[in-house]
Design a protein around this ligand. Structure first.
Ligand code: EPZ
Length: 417
């Protein structure tokens, strides 16, 4: 069982590139199944979920070759519409394949993991929308069996919540559908804009992505294209947090300011200096961190839930008391008990966490309970006095190509053993 060994209290300083976004790459890889010609993704991150997605595409009959961060997909050979359970189990967000397979094949059969570390991951909005588009979907024992006897057709869909996954599945199912689909209260995340840009470059007709109303006019076929995956905004927030929590500085060479507009002001309110110039983001934390007023996680463009645990760690070293409200997932404070073993003073009650800043954090042996929570333990470890070991790091590897490589580039004393 691998673990990370960290010796803390080093001021981080350096500059680095942020790898491609996991939450853009996964829907993009699924969307390749809609195309009839070769697709080449660049800047595709080397993550376990990406490898699992490539195995699923291969199983569907597409040719999928990964060379470093380039993934070449030849989709002509698509022949299956069933994704076997053992492949689905490897990946949390396997549901992202549903819309693409159904849209291309008119059939889809896959199992979906009912929950993950964040709690149950319901898919009621995905199912309801696809049924509106003519799909017949039977759900039993975690197996989704879907088919469209009369083909998938466009529909007017209103989402009760701007679900990222549901918005992505509907867009993918609608690209080759008969007629027009309009999604109201669509999710506005940058990863959705990335997906729509890719599909439009392949000949789809999607407008309004990034806004609350997205319209898709079905076309007969999609050709291929070459497409660069956007940089990961949560990895960017994590590395900015690493500089903040250690009182250091960092320059991210390819992070996009527009993806972090609800995150950068919180770093500034904590007393960090933030500069954005020529596509780069600089953060310096020369002054001791200050507590901030309430942070509420919200759908984009609000503060991202995926950055919540990173800020729990940073605010633990800020002078004063801060409040975090987690509005997206019902079980996203599981990391707090491990953070408290390192001296953090965090009290949680339902969606609310109260973080009382402390002068010092102490190294400890801690266990990652989920992807972003694991990253917060690493951040606490690089700031803590003494040695920290973080185990169960395969959860961290789902979202970070090599968190130890990148933090070591910034001067952290961190090794994988
Ligand atoms: C995506 O998950 C991301 N995953 C998550 O990132 C991210 O936290 C989340 O969006 C919110 O930004 C990927 O993109 C692969 P949702 P998703 O559908 O699509 C409820 C990470 O760490 N809901 O917007 O599952 C749901 O339970 C991961 O990278 C329903 O009730 O998020 C949740 O409470 C974690 N019914 C809320 O909506 C549905 O049919 C937001 O879910 C769908 C969702």
């Amino acid at each position: 069982m691998q673990k990370l060994v960290i010796t803390g209290e080093k001021k981080l300083s350096g500059e680095l590139c942020v790898h491609g976004a996991k939450n853009a790459a996964l829907p993009l890889l699924a969307a390749a199944a809609l195309c009839s010609e070769r697709v080449v993704f660049k800047n595709c991150p080397g993550l376990s979920d990406v490898y699992a997605s490539c195995r699923i595409l291969t199983r569907l009959g597409l040719e999928c070759k990964r060379e470093g961060n380039v993934v070449k997909i030849d989709p002509e050979g698509i022949k299956n519409w069933e994704v076997p359970e053992e492949l689905m189990r490897e990946m949390r967000s396997s549901i992202v394949f549903l819309g693409a397979i159904l849209g291309r094949m008119g059939r889809c059969r896959l199992s979906f993991p009912g929950g993950c570390e964040l709690g149950p991951r319901p898919i009621d909005m995905h199912i309801a929308a696809l049924r509106q588009m003519g799909a017949v979907i039977n759900e039993e024992h975690g197996i989704l069996d879907c088919y469209a006897p009369k083909g998938i057709r466009g529909a007017d869909i209103v989402l009760s919540f701007p679900s990222v996954g549901a918005t992505e599945n509907i867009i993918m199912a609608a690209c080759l559908a008969k007629g027009e689909t309009v999604i109201k209260n669509a999710a506005r995340e940058p990863e959705i804009v990335d997906l729509a840009s890719f599909l439009n470059r392949c000949g789809a007709r999607i407008s309004g992505a990034g806004g609350s109303t997205v319209s898709i006019t079905g076309v007969n076929r999609l050709h291929g294209c070459e497409y660069p995956v956007m940089p990961d905004r949560i990895v960017a927030a994590t590395y900015l947090g690493a500089a903040a929590i250690t009182g250091g500085e960092v320059t991210l060479l390819n992070a996009r300011k527009s993806d972090l507009e609800s995150v950068l002001p919180v770093f500034e309110e904590m007393g960090c200096t933030v500069f954005c110039y020529d596509g780069k983001i600089y953060l310096g934390a020369k002054k001791p961190l200050r507590a901030v007023r309430t942070i509420r996680t919200m759908p984009y463009p609000g503060f991202p839930t995926d950055a919540q645990s990173v800020f729990l760690a940073c605010l633990s070293k800020a002078h004063g008391t801060s409040v975090m409200v987690e509005n997206i997932f019902e079980n996203r404070y599981r990391q707090v008990d491990e953070l408290k073993r390192m001296g953090c003073k965090i009290k949680t009650e339902g969606k609310v966490a109260v973080i009382e800043g402390v002068k010092r954090l102490y190294g400890a042996n801690v266990v990652a309970t989920d992807l972003r929570g694991g990253a917060s333990l690493v951040l606490a470890g690089i700031a803590a006095e003494g040695k920290t070991t973080v185990s169960n790091i395969k959860l961290i590897d789902r979202g970070y190509e090599s968190i130890e490589r990148d933090l070591a580039l910034m001067g952290a004393d961190i090794k994988r053993v």
